[in-house]
Write a protein that binds this ligand. Sequence first.
Ligand SMILES: [Zn+2]
Length: 71
Amino acid sequence: MSLVTTPARALAVCSVCAGTRVTAITMTLTDGSVVDFASCHTCEHKSWTQGGAPLDISTVLRKATKTKVAR
Ligand SMILES: [Zn+2]
């Protein structure tokens, strides 16, 4: 039986205001990328990460946009 009962998302801390009222969700974008989205309730800072690496919002939007590949 594992003693590790604290999910990683419960440890989310805002990188801007260091607040702990952060909502973190994981979602899959259109291109199949699994990303984590965190939203701070204190300062409304939002951040995206993929595998722990920060993602630029423009990258997220590009990934979330269905791309028709030209033949
Ligand atoms: Zn914050």
